[in-house]
Design a protein around this ligand. Structure first.
Ligand code: SAM
Length: 369
């Protein structure tokens, strides 16, 4: 959406994660395009409000700003969570020192919340070198970073980017709208879109809901119960959300090669195998629905560009890009071309190889509606 805006294009964005939606909205909409420097005045005031507040944060149910993820004391040092709650309280009660429209006020609040969410894991025991959710007991051996300093430096850094972006946009008269929600059931009008650019989830390699769990709950998008349900809305849902009703029977997609692999994994017989077999089924049927929905909203002959990684599941190599290309063709797309994009170094360390496989390249599929 950012690149679309810089190219002079209107854009719509879709993602099931409310955190991703908020991030996309904040990044692709210029704050104070008429006078970007006003953002700096707002941040100065917010930071000074936070620093001048010496009240001890009550970490109890009475505190409406404290919506902690379950086991928060396992994941956070107490001082870190108290500082995070204090920052959140100030963001949600912030009175900007400049004249501001209602729309910009909301965007400004979201800008600070996204900055806050980006430091949540830094001050938790999450091992940030891992995509998998792992606790690093020794993370703060040399001392806990000052949460408020960290928030300040994050805001300063992102503010530089936001000011630069706002200057480039100026009064461009364009829109970048996050329509949100499920790629399988998009609300955009039929035949209305000129181009789709997307990177669908990796099957099982990145557990999006688990990775963002702390921020999703801490920022009040969900409580513990609604978070559990939310996990099931993802294409490529986390195996933590797969219950017996889902994995007990063999489910097939109707695509011969994919089903051959699903059966092979299912018949290995262990619970883990059945869960992974279900995840493959859920991923490819979900992607089929997403392709149908994309084909519906795209104008005739318009392009759809998809970046996707292959996977390895239970020692089976899954040629995801090839499968997605044939699914896309079966719902009405033409495959125009494809190419591979290799990482210079392997960036996505997914930990145990058998859970998601090492990803050192991605495939770019160019499809035409
Ligand atoms: C590989 S990431 C791409 C993220 C981002 N669009 C980008 O290009 O950087 C895949 C994204 O798919 C999202 N996702 C998973 N299931 C979805 C669904 N049913 N509808 C829409 N988005 C979904 C995840 O939340 C995740 O952000």
């Amino acid at each position: 959406m950012v690149e679309a805006r810089l190219c002079g294009l209107n854009s719509y964005g879709t993602d099931i994660s409310p955190l991703a939606q908020m991030m996309a909205e904040v990044k692709s909409n210029p704050l104070f395009p008429e006078d970007p420097a006003r953002l700096k005045a707002c941040s100065r005031k917010l930071l000074s409000n936070i620093r001048n507040d010496t009240t001890e944060e009550e970490l109890t149910d009475e505190n409406e700003y404290f919506n902690p993820p379950i086991n928060w004391d396992f994941w956070f040092p107490e001082q870190a969570i108290a500082d995070l709650v204090k920052i959140k309280r100030h963001i949600l009660n912030f009175d900007p020192p400049v004249e501001i429209s209602e729309q910009n006020r909301e965007l400004l609040e979201k800008f600070y919340l996204i900055n806050l969410s980006s430091i949540v894991d830094t001050v938790s025991y999450q091992d940030e070198n891992q995509i998998k959710v792992r606790k690093d007991e020794d993370k703060f051996e040399d001392g806990l970073p000052e949460t408020i300093d960290l928030f300040e430096s994050t805001v300063e850094k992102n503010q530089r980017g936001a000011v630069e972006f706002a200057k480039k946009c100026g009064g461009d008269g364009l829109f970048s709208k996050v329509v949100g929600e499920d790629a399988r059931t998009q609300s955009l009008e039929e035949n209305s879109v000129d181009l789709v650019v997307t990177s669908p989830p990796y099957i099982n390699a990145i557990d999006y809901t688990m990775a963002h769990r702390r921020s999703l709950i801490f920022l009040d998008f969900f409580d513990q119960d609604s978070y559990k349900e939310h996990r099931r809305e993802y294409v490529g849902m986390t195996e933590r959300a797969v219950t017996k009703d889902y994995y007990d029977e063999l489910r097939l997609t109707g695509y011969e090669s994919i089903d051959g692999q699903i059966k092979k994994i299912f018949e290995k017989g262990e619970r883990k195998d059945k869960i992974r077999a279900f995840i493959l089924y859920q991923y490819f049927t979900g992607m089929e629905e997403a392709f149908e929905s994309l084909n519906r909203v795209l104008k005739e002959d318009a392009y759809c560009v998809i970046v996707v990684g292959d996977n390895e599941i239970r020692n089976e190599y899954i040629p995801t890009a090839k499968y997605l290309s044939s699914i896309a063709e079966s719902v009405g797309f033409d495959s125009v071309t494809d190419f591979k994009h290799y990482y210079r170094k392997v960036q996505l360390q997914t930990g145990r190889r058998s859970t998601g496989g090492k990803i050192d390249y991605e495939t770019v599929l160019i499809l035409q509606a």
